[in-house]
Design a protein. Structure first.
Ligand code: HSE
Length: 429
Protein backbone atom coordinates (compact mmCIF):
# COMPACT_ATOMS: atom_id res chain seq x y z
CA UNK A 1 0.00 0.00 0.00
CA UNK A 2 1.40 3.39 -1.01
CA UNK A 3 0.60 6.34 1.25
CA UNK A 4 0.38 9.83 -0.24
CA UNK A 5 0.48 12.59 2.36
CA UNK A 6 -1.55 15.54 1.17
CA UNK A 7 -1.77 19.19 2.13
CA UNK A 8 -4.84 20.98 0.80
CA UNK A 9 -4.68 24.77 0.63
CA UNK A 10 -7.90 26.62 -0.18
CA UNK A 11 -11.16 25.16 1.08
CA UNK A 12 -13.47 26.94 -1.36
CA UNK A 13 -15.88 25.29 -3.79
CA UNK A 14 -13.24 23.08 -5.37
CA UNK A 15 -11.32 22.34 -2.15
CA UNK A 16 -14.46 21.16 -0.35
CA UNK A 17 -15.34 19.07 -3.41
CA UNK A 18 -11.93 17.38 -3.23
CA UNK A 19 -12.41 16.53 0.45
CA UNK A 20 -15.86 15.09 -0.28
CA UNK A 21 -14.47 12.83 -3.01
CA UNK A 22 -11.51 11.72 -0.88
CA UNK A 23 -13.82 10.81 1.98
CA UNK A 24 -16.28 8.92 -0.20
CA UNK A 25 -13.66 7.12 -2.27
CA UNK A 26 -11.08 6.36 0.43
CA UNK A 27 -11.86 2.66 0.80
CA UNK A 28 -12.11 1.94 -2.92
CA UNK A 29 -8.79 3.73 -3.54
CA UNK A 30 -7.19 1.48 -0.95
CA UNK A 31 -8.81 -1.66 -2.30
CA UNK A 32 -8.48 -1.04 -6.03
CA UNK A 33 -5.41 1.19 -6.42
CA UNK A 34 -3.57 0.16 -3.25
CA UNK A 35 -3.19 3.86 -2.45
CA UNK A 36 -3.95 5.49 0.88
CA UNK A 37 -4.47 9.23 0.68
CA UNK A 38 -3.63 10.70 4.05
CA UNK A 39 -4.99 14.24 4.40
CA UNK A 40 -2.22 15.68 6.53
CA UNK A 41 -3.25 19.36 6.59
CA UNK A 42 -6.16 21.50 5.46
CA UNK A 43 -5.61 25.23 5.17
CA UNK A 44 -8.32 27.84 4.76
CA UNK A 45 -8.55 31.57 5.41
CA UNK A 46 -11.97 31.06 6.98
CA UNK A 47 -11.77 28.22 9.47
CA UNK A 48 -15.49 28.33 10.29
CA UNK A 49 -16.15 26.77 6.86
CA UNK A 50 -14.34 23.65 8.01
CA UNK A 51 -16.77 22.55 10.70
CA UNK A 52 -17.89 19.30 9.03
CA UNK A 53 -14.43 18.73 7.55
CA UNK A 54 -12.99 18.45 11.06
CA UNK A 55 -15.33 15.51 11.70
CA UNK A 56 -14.58 13.80 8.39
CA UNK A 57 -10.79 14.15 8.73
CA UNK A 58 -10.17 14.06 12.50
CA UNK A 59 -6.44 13.44 12.11
CA UNK A 60 -5.82 16.35 9.73
CA UNK A 61 -4.16 19.52 11.00
CA UNK A 62 -6.49 22.46 10.36
CA UNK A 63 -4.78 25.80 9.88
CA UNK A 64 -5.20 29.23 8.36
CA UNK A 65 -1.46 29.65 7.68
CA UNK A 66 -0.37 28.20 4.35
CA UNK A 67 3.28 28.53 5.37
CA UNK A 68 2.88 25.57 7.70
CA UNK A 69 1.67 23.42 4.78
CA UNK A 70 3.61 24.53 1.67
CA UNK A 71 7.15 23.22 2.16
CA UNK A 72 6.31 21.02 5.16
CA UNK A 73 8.59 17.95 4.84
CA UNK A 74 5.84 15.67 6.19
CA UNK A 75 3.69 16.39 3.14
CA UNK A 76 4.25 14.84 -0.32
CA UNK A 77 1.62 16.55 -2.44
CA UNK A 78 0.23 20.09 -2.18
CA UNK A 79 -3.18 20.85 -3.63
CA UNK A 80 -3.15 24.57 -4.41
CA UNK A 81 -6.80 25.56 -4.70
CA UNK A 82 -6.79 29.18 -3.57
CA UNK A 83 -7.04 30.75 -7.05
CA UNK A 84 -5.72 34.23 -7.86
CA UNK A 85 -2.08 34.86 -8.60
CA UNK A 86 -0.11 36.35 -5.71
CA UNK A 87 -0.70 34.00 -2.76
CA UNK A 88 -0.97 31.00 -5.08
CA UNK A 89 2.44 31.80 -6.53
CA UNK A 90 4.00 31.96 -3.07
CA UNK A 91 2.47 28.58 -2.24
CA UNK A 92 3.78 26.99 -5.43
CA UNK A 93 7.27 28.40 -5.03
CA UNK A 94 7.65 27.20 -1.41
CA UNK A 95 6.23 23.78 -2.27
CA UNK A 96 8.38 23.17 -5.34
CA UNK A 97 11.54 24.32 -3.59
CA UNK A 98 10.75 21.68 -0.95
CA UNK A 99 10.35 19.08 -3.74
CA UNK A 100 6.67 18.61 -3.06
CA UNK A 101 4.46 17.60 -5.97
CA UNK A 102 1.96 20.35 -6.75
CA UNK A 103 -1.55 19.94 -8.11
CA UNK A 104 -3.33 23.12 -9.12
CA UNK A 105 -6.46 24.30 -10.91
CA UNK A 106 -5.01 27.77 -11.34
CA UNK A 107 -5.08 28.66 -15.05
CA UNK A 108 -4.46 32.38 -14.45
CA UNK A 109 -1.24 31.64 -12.58
CA UNK A 110 0.06 29.04 -15.03
CA UNK A 111 -0.69 31.09 -18.12
CA UNK A 112 1.02 34.17 -16.65
CA UNK A 113 3.88 32.74 -14.61
CA UNK A 114 4.07 29.16 -15.87
CA UNK A 115 7.55 29.58 -17.34
CA UNK A 116 9.29 30.26 -14.00
CA UNK A 117 7.10 27.77 -12.12
CA UNK A 118 7.79 24.89 -14.53
CA UNK A 119 11.49 25.74 -14.42
CA UNK A 120 11.52 25.58 -10.65
CA UNK A 121 9.74 22.21 -10.70
CA UNK A 122 12.28 20.80 -13.14
CA UNK A 123 15.22 22.13 -11.13
CA UNK A 124 13.84 20.45 -8.03
CA UNK A 125 13.04 17.17 -9.76
CA UNK A 126 9.36 17.37 -9.02
CA UNK A 127 6.14 17.69 -10.99
CA UNK A 128 3.02 19.86 -11.38
CA UNK A 129 -0.38 18.47 -12.30
CA UNK A 130 -2.93 20.91 -13.74
CA UNK A 131 -5.64 18.83 -15.38
CA UNK A 132 -8.30 20.88 -13.54
CA UNK A 133 -7.01 24.19 -14.93
CA UNK A 134 -8.50 23.64 -18.38
CA UNK A 135 -11.98 22.33 -19.10
CA UNK A 136 -12.73 21.34 -15.48
CA UNK A 137 -13.57 17.65 -15.46
CA UNK A 138 -12.71 17.06 -19.14
CA UNK A 139 -9.50 15.01 -19.31
CA UNK A 140 -7.81 17.19 -21.89
CA UNK A 141 -4.30 17.66 -20.48
CA UNK A 142 -3.73 13.91 -20.13
CA UNK A 143 -5.13 13.31 -23.64
CA UNK A 144 -2.74 15.83 -25.18
CA UNK A 145 0.26 14.70 -23.16
CA UNK A 146 -0.22 10.96 -23.06
CA UNK A 147 -2.91 9.66 -25.37
CA UNK A 148 -1.83 11.74 -28.38
CA UNK A 149 1.88 11.75 -27.54
CA UNK A 150 2.73 9.64 -30.60
CA UNK A 151 0.72 11.85 -32.91
CA UNK A 152 1.14 15.29 -34.40
CA UNK A 153 -1.53 17.71 -33.17
CA UNK A 154 -2.49 20.12 -35.94
CA UNK A 155 -5.03 22.23 -34.10
CA UNK A 156 -7.09 22.61 -30.94
CA UNK A 157 -10.42 24.36 -30.84
CA UNK A 158 -12.06 24.96 -27.48
CA UNK A 159 -15.34 26.09 -26.05
CA UNK A 160 -13.57 26.63 -22.76
CA UNK A 161 -15.69 29.10 -20.87
CA UNK A 162 -18.98 27.93 -19.39
CA UNK A 163 -20.24 31.43 -18.64
CA UNK A 164 -20.04 32.70 -22.21
CA UNK A 165 -21.44 29.49 -23.66
CA UNK A 166 -24.32 29.74 -21.19
CA UNK A 167 -24.96 33.37 -22.20
CA UNK A 168 -24.92 32.62 -25.93
CA UNK A 169 -27.19 29.59 -25.43
CA UNK A 170 -29.68 31.63 -23.41
CA UNK A 171 -29.64 34.43 -26.00
CA UNK A 172 -30.49 31.92 -28.70
CA UNK A 173 -33.06 29.77 -26.89
CA UNK A 174 -34.87 32.48 -24.93
CA UNK A 175 -34.36 35.35 -27.41
CA UNK A 176 -32.59 37.45 -24.79
CA UNK A 177 -30.28 40.42 -25.16
CA UNK A 178 -26.68 40.01 -24.05
CA UNK A 179 -27.21 41.99 -20.79
CA UNK A 180 -30.24 39.91 -19.76
CA UNK A 181 -28.40 36.63 -20.36
CA UNK A 182 -25.33 37.87 -18.44
CA UNK A 183 -27.49 38.46 -15.36
CA UNK A 184 -28.79 34.87 -15.61
CA UNK A 185 -25.22 33.52 -15.86
CA UNK A 186 -24.19 35.49 -12.78
CA UNK A 187 -27.21 34.21 -10.86
CA UNK A 188 -26.32 30.65 -11.88
CA UNK A 189 -22.89 31.20 -10.31
CA UNK A 190 -20.65 30.26 -13.25
CA UNK A 191 -18.92 33.59 -13.68
CA UNK A 192 -15.40 34.37 -12.45
CA UNK A 193 -15.15 36.87 -9.56
CA UNK A 194 -14.52 39.47 -12.27
CA UNK A 195 -17.00 38.63 -15.06
CA UNK A 196 -14.93 40.53 -17.62
CA UNK A 197 -12.48 37.60 -17.43
CA UNK A 198 -15.24 35.44 -18.88
CA UNK A 199 -17.06 37.73 -21.29
CA UNK A 200 -13.96 39.45 -22.68
CA UNK A 201 -12.40 36.09 -23.51
CA UNK A 202 -9.48 36.31 -21.04
CA UNK A 203 -10.35 33.08 -19.21
CA UNK A 204 -10.48 31.25 -22.55
CA UNK A 205 -7.13 32.80 -23.53
CA UNK A 206 -5.55 31.49 -20.29
CA UNK A 207 -6.77 28.01 -21.09
CA UNK A 208 -5.86 27.97 -24.78
CA UNK A 209 -2.38 29.27 -23.93
CA UNK A 210 -1.87 26.30 -21.57
CA UNK A 211 -3.15 23.54 -23.86
CA UNK A 212 -1.76 25.09 -27.04
CA UNK A 213 1.75 25.16 -25.55
CA UNK A 214 1.44 21.51 -24.52
CA UNK A 215 0.08 20.43 -27.89
CA UNK A 216 2.74 22.12 -30.04
CA UNK A 217 5.54 21.87 -27.48
CA UNK A 218 6.11 25.56 -28.17
CA UNK A 219 5.33 28.32 -25.73
CA UNK A 220 2.29 30.41 -26.67
CA UNK A 221 2.42 33.45 -24.37
CA UNK A 222 -0.84 35.01 -23.26
CA UNK A 223 0.12 38.34 -24.82
CA UNK A 224 0.52 36.74 -28.24
CA UNK A 225 -3.11 35.61 -28.37
CA UNK A 226 -5.58 37.83 -30.22
CA UNK A 227 -8.56 38.08 -27.86
CA UNK A 228 -12.08 39.28 -28.55
CA UNK A 229 -15.03 38.62 -26.22
CA UNK A 230 -18.76 38.32 -26.72
CA UNK A 231 -19.94 41.69 -25.37
CA UNK A 232 -20.77 43.08 -28.83
CA UNK A 233 -22.87 40.11 -29.94
CA UNK A 234 -26.53 41.04 -30.26
CA UNK A 235 -29.74 39.07 -30.34
CA UNK A 236 -29.92 39.91 -34.04
CA UNK A 237 -26.51 38.32 -34.73
CA UNK A 238 -27.73 35.14 -33.05
CA UNK A 239 -30.96 35.24 -35.07
CA UNK A 240 -29.19 35.82 -38.40
CA UNK A 241 -26.66 33.11 -37.58
CA UNK A 242 -29.52 30.65 -37.01
CA UNK A 243 -31.15 31.64 -40.30
CA UNK A 244 -27.87 31.08 -42.10
CA UNK A 245 -27.49 27.62 -40.47
CA UNK A 246 -24.86 28.58 -37.86
CA UNK A 247 -24.46 28.99 -34.12
CA UNK A 248 -22.22 31.62 -32.50
CA UNK A 249 -19.64 30.24 -30.06
CA UNK A 250 -16.73 31.86 -28.26
CA UNK A 251 -13.89 29.81 -29.68
CA UNK A 252 -10.34 29.58 -28.42
CA UNK A 253 -8.15 28.14 -31.13
CA UNK A 254 -4.55 27.27 -31.79
CA UNK A 255 -3.54 25.78 -35.10
CA UNK A 256 -0.40 25.49 -37.14
CA UNK A 257 0.00 26.67 -40.69
CA UNK A 258 3.36 26.74 -42.49
CA UNK A 259 5.23 26.40 -39.20
CA UNK A 260 3.51 29.42 -37.65
CA UNK A 261 0.99 29.23 -34.85
CA UNK A 262 -2.33 31.00 -35.04
CA UNK A 263 -3.64 31.63 -31.53
CA UNK A 264 -6.86 33.47 -30.92
CA UNK A 265 -10.05 33.77 -28.95
CA UNK A 266 -13.05 35.17 -30.77
CA UNK A 267 -16.75 34.63 -31.38
CA UNK A 268 -17.19 32.60 -34.57
CA UNK A 269 -20.06 30.98 -36.42
CA UNK A 270 -20.03 27.19 -36.33
CA UNK A 271 -22.16 25.28 -38.87
CA UNK A 272 -25.14 23.81 -37.01
CA UNK A 273 -24.47 20.31 -38.34
CA UNK A 274 -20.97 20.26 -36.76
CA UNK A 275 -20.80 18.34 -33.45
CA UNK A 276 -19.20 21.39 -31.85
CA UNK A 277 -22.38 23.41 -32.40
CA UNK A 278 -24.31 21.07 -30.11
CA UNK A 279 -22.19 22.07 -27.09
CA UNK A 280 -24.70 24.20 -25.21
CA UNK A 281 -25.15 26.00 -21.90
CA UNK A 282 -22.22 25.79 -19.47
CA UNK A 283 -20.79 22.67 -21.11
CA UNK A 284 -17.19 22.87 -22.36
CA UNK A 285 -15.62 20.99 -25.26
CA UNK A 286 -12.28 20.61 -26.96
CA UNK A 287 -12.17 19.58 -30.59
CA UNK A 288 -8.76 18.43 -31.79
CA UNK A 289 -7.28 17.57 -35.14
CA UNK A 290 -4.32 15.22 -35.16
CA UNK A 291 -2.32 14.03 -38.17
CA UNK A 292 -2.96 10.32 -37.56
CA UNK A 293 -5.82 10.10 -35.07
CA UNK A 294 -7.86 12.56 -37.13
CA UNK A 295 -10.46 14.76 -35.49
CA UNK A 296 -11.86 14.09 -32.01
CA UNK A 297 -14.15 15.78 -29.55
CA UNK A 298 -13.88 15.87 -25.75
CA UNK A 299 -16.90 17.27 -24.00
CA UNK A 300 -18.06 17.67 -20.40
CA UNK A 301 -18.41 19.87 -17.39
CA UNK A 302 -15.94 22.73 -17.46
CA UNK A 303 -16.58 24.11 -13.99
CA UNK A 304 -18.30 23.42 -10.69
CA UNK A 305 -17.23 21.95 -7.40
CA UNK A 306 -17.25 18.19 -7.96
CA UNK A 307 -16.34 18.12 -11.67
CA UNK A 308 -13.25 20.27 -11.03
CA UNK A 309 -12.47 18.33 -7.86
CA UNK A 310 -12.62 15.09 -9.83
CA UNK A 311 -9.79 16.30 -12.05
CA UNK A 312 -7.77 17.42 -8.99
CA UNK A 313 -8.14 14.01 -7.34
CA UNK A 314 -7.18 12.28 -10.58
CA UNK A 315 -3.95 14.35 -10.73
CA UNK A 316 -3.32 13.70 -7.04
CA UNK A 317 -3.43 9.94 -7.61
CA UNK A 318 -1.48 10.02 -10.89
CA UNK A 319 1.36 12.28 -9.83
CA UNK A 320 1.29 11.15 -6.21
CA UNK A 321 1.81 7.54 -7.26
CA UNK A 322 4.69 8.52 -9.57
CA UNK A 323 6.65 10.21 -6.80
CA UNK A 324 10.02 8.55 -6.21
CA UNK A 325 9.33 5.85 -8.77
CA UNK A 326 9.24 7.53 -12.18
CA UNK A 327 11.79 9.65 -14.00
CA UNK A 328 10.53 13.10 -14.93
CA UNK A 329 9.16 12.68 -18.42
CA UNK A 330 6.54 15.36 -18.86
CA UNK A 331 8.04 18.63 -19.97
CA UNK A 332 6.12 21.86 -19.60
CA UNK A 333 8.81 24.26 -20.78
CA UNK A 334 9.24 24.92 -24.46
CA UNK A 335 10.88 27.46 -26.75
CA UNK A 336 8.72 30.31 -28.01
CA UNK A 337 6.31 29.63 -30.86
CA UNK A 338 6.33 31.80 -33.97
CA UNK A 339 2.89 33.41 -33.90
CA UNK A 340 1.22 34.54 -37.13
CA UNK A 341 -0.07 38.11 -37.13
CA UNK A 342 -3.45 37.55 -38.70
CA UNK A 343 -5.53 34.63 -39.80
CA UNK A 344 -3.77 33.11 -42.79
CA UNK A 345 -6.66 31.12 -44.19
CA UNK A 346 -9.48 32.67 -46.19
CA UNK A 347 -12.99 32.41 -44.79
CA UNK A 348 -16.44 33.78 -45.26
CA UNK A 349 -17.46 36.58 -42.91
CA UNK A 350 -20.71 37.83 -41.44
CA UNK A 351 -20.61 41.63 -41.27
CA UNK A 352 -23.10 43.81 -39.41
CA UNK A 353 -23.31 47.53 -40.11
CA UNK A 354 -25.36 49.93 -37.97
CA UNK A 355 -26.38 52.63 -40.37
CA UNK A 356 -28.70 55.54 -41.07
CA UNK A 357 -31.74 54.57 -43.14
CA UNK A 358 -31.46 56.51 -46.39
CA UNK A 359 -30.90 55.80 -50.07
CA UNK A 360 -27.35 54.93 -51.11
CA UNK A 361 -26.17 53.31 -47.84
CA UNK A 362 -25.82 49.85 -49.32
CA UNK A 363 -24.03 51.22 -52.36
CA UNK A 364 -21.46 52.99 -50.18
CA UNK A 365 -20.76 49.84 -48.14
CA UNK A 366 -20.59 47.66 -51.24
CA UNK A 367 -18.17 50.08 -52.90
CA UNK A 368 -15.66 49.86 -50.03
CA UNK A 369 -15.95 46.07 -49.84
CA UNK A 370 -15.50 45.76 -53.62
CA UNK A 371 -12.45 48.00 -53.64
CA UNK A 372 -10.84 45.68 -51.06
CA UNK A 373 -11.62 42.54 -53.12
CA UNK A 374 -14.35 41.44 -50.70
CA UNK A 375 -17.12 39.81 -52.70
CA UNK A 376 -20.65 39.88 -51.29
CA UNK A 377 -22.61 36.62 -51.09
CA UNK A 378 -25.84 37.92 -49.54
CA UNK A 379 -27.32 41.03 -47.93
CA UNK A 380 -30.06 41.21 -45.28
CA UNK A 381 -31.86 43.96 -43.44
CA UNK A 382 -34.78 43.68 -41.06
CA UNK A 383 -37.46 46.36 -41.43
CA UNK A 384 -37.15 48.95 -38.67
CA UNK A 385 -38.81 52.25 -37.76
CA UNK A 386 -35.81 53.61 -35.91
CA UNK A 387 -32.13 54.15 -36.53
CA UNK A 388 -29.61 52.67 -36.52
CA UNK A 389 -30.80 50.01 -38.91
CA UNK A 390 -28.79 46.83 -39.01
CA UNK A 391 -27.52 45.78 -42.41
CA UNK A 392 -26.00 42.32 -42.57
CA UNK A 393 -23.64 41.19 -45.30
CA UNK A 394 -22.25 37.68 -45.75
CA UNK A 395 -19.12 37.57 -47.89
CA UNK A 396 -17.52 35.00 -50.13
CA UNK A 397 -14.19 33.65 -48.79
CA UNK A 398 -11.67 36.46 -48.31
CA UNK A 399 -8.68 37.31 -46.15
CA UNK A 400 -9.02 38.68 -42.64
CA UNK A 401 -6.84 41.65 -43.54
CA UNK A 402 -9.19 42.69 -46.37
CA UNK A 403 -12.07 42.58 -43.88
CA UNK A 404 -10.18 44.66 -41.34
CA UNK A 405 -9.19 47.26 -43.94
CA UNK A 406 -12.76 47.45 -45.23
CA UNK A 407 -14.28 47.85 -41.77
CA UNK A 408 -11.85 50.59 -40.78
CA UNK A 409 -12.84 52.51 -43.91
CA UNK A 410 -16.57 51.85 -43.59
CA UNK A 411 -16.62 52.87 -39.92
CA UNK A 412 -15.25 56.28 -40.91
CA UNK A 413 -18.25 56.93 -43.20
CA UNK A 414 -20.99 59.28 -41.96
CA UNK A 415 -23.71 56.75 -42.69
CA UNK A 416 -22.31 54.45 -39.95
CA UNK A 417 -23.69 55.13 -36.47
CA UNK A 418 -21.94 52.42 -34.38
CA UNK A 419 -18.80 50.31 -34.88
CA UNK A 420 -19.33 47.46 -37.34
CA UNK A 421 -19.00 43.80 -36.41
CA UNK A 422 -17.25 40.97 -38.29
CA UNK A 423 -17.77 37.31 -37.35
CA UNK A 424 -15.88 34.56 -39.12
CA UNK A 425 -17.77 31.56 -40.50
CA UNK A 426 -15.75 28.49 -39.47
CA UNK A 427 -16.90 26.36 -42.42
CA UNK A 428 -13.73 24.25 -42.45
CA UNK A 429 -13.69 23.26 -38.79
N1 HSE B 1 -15.56 31.04 -15.16
C1 HSE B 1 -15.13 29.81 -15.73
C2 HSE B 1 -16.17 29.39 -16.75
C3 HSE B 1 -14.96 28.78 -14.65
O1 HSE B 1 -17.21 30.06 -16.89
O2 HSE B 1 -15.97 28.43 -17.46
C4 HSE B 1 -14.05 27.66 -14.99
O3 HSE B 1 -12.78 28.05 -15.38
Amino acid sequence: MKTIRVGLIGAGTVGLGVLKILKEEASSLEKELRIRVQVHSICSRSLEKLHSVRKDFPEAIITDDFRTVAGNPDIDVILELVGGVDVAEKILLSSLKAKQTVITANKALLSQKGESIYKLAEENGTEIGFEAAVGGAIPVIRVIRNCLSGDNILGLYGILNGTTNFILSKMEREHLDYGQALVLAQKAGFAEADPSFDVEGIDTAHKISIIGSLAFKEKIPLQSITVEGITKITRLDIQFAAELGYRIKLLGLVRKLDGKVEARVQPVMIPKHHAFASVMDETNAIYYKAAFAGPGLLMGKGAGSLPTASAVVSDLLYYGARRDTQPISEKNRFSAAEISEANQTEARYYLRFNTVDKPGVLAEIAKVLGSNSVSISSVRQNESDSEPVEVVVVTHPCSESSIQTSLARIDSLEIILEPSIAIRLEDKL
